[in-house]
Write a protein that binds this ligand. Structure first.
Ligand SMILES: [Ca+2]
Ligand SMILES: [Ca+2]
Length: 141
């Protein structure tokens, strides 16, 4: 689960680990939520084992080009573009949070939402996440 805002550019891994205080068997249901507010969650999978990972293709996820200056390469002008718009477009990107519900055999239930969201912006966001993505693109050119 994302613990902070993270760029989703395709498939992600939803990692879960549920524990029961007195060792009862636990089953987990996973949901996604397309906004910040609790409610309106959509079921992804139910009755999963307490521990494991689920690959998920985030709706609308696509590769985000790091070449913001459109000169064909990831370079210093892209960094300047990012700096000029720093944190101006953070709220615009759609994002998905994950919610997990865990049940034990006695019917006890607990739930948790991911603190962070997987973001699916159209362009590289001028945030820490965008900067990290830009640096990855710069290193690998
Ligand atoms: Ca919601
Ligand atoms: Ca460039």
């Amino acid at each position: 689960m994302p613990t902070a805002p993270a760029l989703a550019e395709g498939e992600v891994q939803i990692v879960r680990k549920a524990e029961d205080a007195d060792g009862d068997a636990v089953k987990v249901d996973l949901y996604y939520d397309a906004d910040e507010r609790p409610g309106g969650e959509v079921l992804l999978a139910e009755g999963l084992p307490a521990e494991g990972r689920l690959p998920w293709t985030v709706p609308g996820a696509k590769p985000v080009p790091a070449d913001l200056s459109s000169n064909g390469t990831v370079d210093a002008p892209d960094l300047l573009q990012l700096a000029l718009h720093w944190e101006a477009n953070t709220q615009a990107a759609p994002g998905y949070r994950i919610m997990a519900r865990a049940f034990n055999a006695k019917g006890a239930m607990d739930q948790a939402r991911s603190p962070g969201a997987w973001l699916t912006p159209d362009t590289l966001p001028a945030t820490r996440e965008g900067l990290l993505r830009l640096m990855e693109g710069w290193k690998s050119r």
